[in-house]
Design a protein. Sequence first.
Lengths: 346, 343, 280
Amino acid sequence: MSAVPTLRYLLGRAFGALVTLVLASALSFAILRVVPGDPARLIAGPLATPEALAALRDELGLNDGIAAQYVSYIGGFLSGDWGYSFASGADVSSVLAQRLPATLELALVAFVIAVVGAVVCALLATYRRGWFGTASKSLSLLGLGFPPFWLGLVLLLVFSSWLGVSPGPSGRLSSYLTAPPQITGFYTVDSLLAGDVVAFSDAVAHLALPALALAMLPWAFLTRLLTANLAETATSPYVVVVRSKGVGRWSTHVRHVLHNAALPTITSSGLVFATLITGSVLIEQVFDWPGVGEVLVGGIQRQDFAIVQAFVLLSAVVFIGINFVVDIVNGFVDPRLRVVGARSQP
Amino acid sequence: MTGTTPERVFAVDGLRVSYGDTEILRGVDLMLAPGEKVGVVGESGSGKSTLALAVLGLLGAGGRITSGRVSVLGRDVTGLSDRELDRVRGRDLSLVFQDPLTSLDPVKTIGSQIGEALRRHNRGMSKRDVAKRSVELLSSVGVSAPERRLAQYPHEFSGGMRQRVLIAIAIANDPAVLIADEPTTALDVTTQAQVMEVLEDLVASRGISVVLITHDLGVVAEFCDRVCVMYAGRIVESAGAAELFDRPAHPYSRALLASLALPGRSRSEPLEWIPGAPPAMTSLPPGCAFAPRCAMAEPRCAEAIPEPEAVFAAGGSPRWAECLRAGEVYDTHNGRVGADHGA
Amino acid sequence: MAIASTTSARRRRRSRDWQLVTSAAVIAGFVVLAVGGLFLQETANRVDVSSTLLAPGPEHWFGTDNQGRDVFARVAVGAGISMISASTAVGIGAAVGLLIALACGLGPRWLDALLMRLCDGVLAFPQLLLALAVSMALGASLVSATIGIVITVIPIFARTLRAEALRSRSEPFIEAARTIGLTTPHIAVRHVVPYVSTTLTIQVAANFGSAVLTLAALSFIGVGAQPPTAEWGAMITDGLQNALTGQWWIGVMPGAALLALVAALNVLADSLSQRTTGKR
């Protein structure tokens, strides 16, 4: 494979991502700036004085044309000026920065549970017919119907209230412990780095239930997707050819079938990670988890538009960015995609 | 191969295979002497491909061998576990599969797919040796610039080139027996000829026995020493290639040959066709499966599957056909078909 | 090989029939519940200070909440709210999506490119988040939440149906219709719409479940139905406070109903799509 088509592949993908980004930002601008009417009132909050409102309108450039407003909106976003959150009494950027590690830690752990669980279940379910495959298929079909916030509640009831094996909805750490010195912002990692085993096990215990509740939907979705793709790939003629070389069934299944079936799952995993970050909005309230979701819900209830706006646009940026990375990864997994204009075989 | 070459490198005895409740192979016998090339011909649905998969132990979900045995180099492989069979497949017995376009893993390099066959049966073979051997294999099947092409992916190869790669993979460990299941059907005619030539040279120089499964009688005529005609899951006639084309002894073989535009046949002769359709394997008659379509059928044909009747060509090799009237078919043949194929 | 798969295929088909019947029965059960809910409107919102936080029993099947309201009546009313809102959202989304798909599949190329880019823009947002933003912008209410869901559902329908519409163009009967000079709108209505209807049905079933779920999630966060309304998501929010002090039924019951309905819809969509892929 020569380098030129690879570079063209990259550039093509980057251009596509950029176009989507511009459209998405215009959309978020339209929804949260234009539709609600007077953004100054919404941003300043219900308690602002008329003078303050007038000053804010001027500052926001609301007297300019729509296009000019959009440009300054994007400019502000790019320079990290995401506005002031009156509900939290701080800059949106600092609120988000402070809250993000908790949400990311939760989302990452849920992501790992969902992906590893999906790969293991799908591989075993397609390797041998039997009760496991049936169970995995039924559970993943039902799993798509679980409201995560309700699942969190049920898990809390069962494991905390009734069995007493898990801490209640008390955030990331029991109140009698102090947070480990911040290095990564992830309590599980930081406590290990600080050598604090007590804090580590407490952090893991606090993380377990919300991560499970959050992982259910993406696990079910990925398991179904990967199982279907594995089952389809397993009937390909090249699988027979690989077996005819004397390669064992399991290693054929993992090295050839999984590799070929993985592409749609990798694509979806990227999207799944992005939805996990938004999904945590639904979970954090249940577990009193001090993440972005909690301030977001608080912001919604108090009509604090600045924080919602920043979060929505930021999510779109992350979403598009992840899609771009996934495209690149796919290019490595499937050599056929690297050729410009080539389409994967039907 | 082992020190003493057995008389038969490969033997199938009374092999029966069922998928669910349906019997697809109904007692197949097949024998190969060292270096022999046997063609198995028949219409699609006659069980040819099932035979290929069954002898390799790769029938897949739902299919199973109900009775009979397959032996490779004198060793019964039907009773072996899947893991034990893994040591036989690709080493003693290997496969060239139907469609070259879908028979290679699209996301692995050609080099890794050839190397996989080598490493599987030669534990501890060094990386350099694998690469060296792969280059030799590729050039032996006529792929030019083999060093460069090892790093390429299947989609960068043409159909004919992919089939050559598949042949290279199949002969990587110098197997005793090669099963070639419709190796050229997906290729265009010129490429077909080239690929068959490569295959012919290789098996001749390495003494590999070949089972060539095909519906293409032209390929069989050129390549095979012996032909087995398959119909509805049984081999109904077995004969030397030249003898069969010259004088078939089973009505089905005769009809098959008559329906074929072989070279040397005059254009004015009309092509014949076989009335009716191949029978559904779920509802076979108790007797000869061909009887309902056979012009020579008698009431007794429907009673039981006929015993193979030995027919002897004058001074030729022993041959047989599974027909009550085989001798008659043989004697009355007007010899017009395939007259040029004796030599 | 074709014969090989018939017996296992038959077995699979039988289990699909079973799936179809069960899920349809559960959904029918919810329809009955929702109709019953029409007569329970008054009960559902009757505050009774003397009987707050009662456990499930013969008097109150699902117990009562912290204001003494009957949880079963509220779940029944919520069934109607969920199904009506979700079917409105999916119905409008499907109709608009179909129009876009027809315009893309049969119209000029530039229109196709433009509309698909717009869909990409909408799809760039996680579904829940976009619905949340729209609903908040319009002022939190059940109607706003429904509109928010409509906007996220349109591009899903547009994309899948466009692919089908494009495929239909190469079908012989459509080419024939073009050749004999039928107009594009005529072809669209008489030939392309029936062609895509199978995919449309499956998509409706699949999106119905996720619409019910999204609606509950929006109400749970506070941008959907507002508190006194007996919406399932809002009821779960309500139940959170009491759940860990022992009154689990207030939050668990509406969630169990939500799970049962969404799971039944997903199973239905799954067996419908299995059925048609078998035929194709």
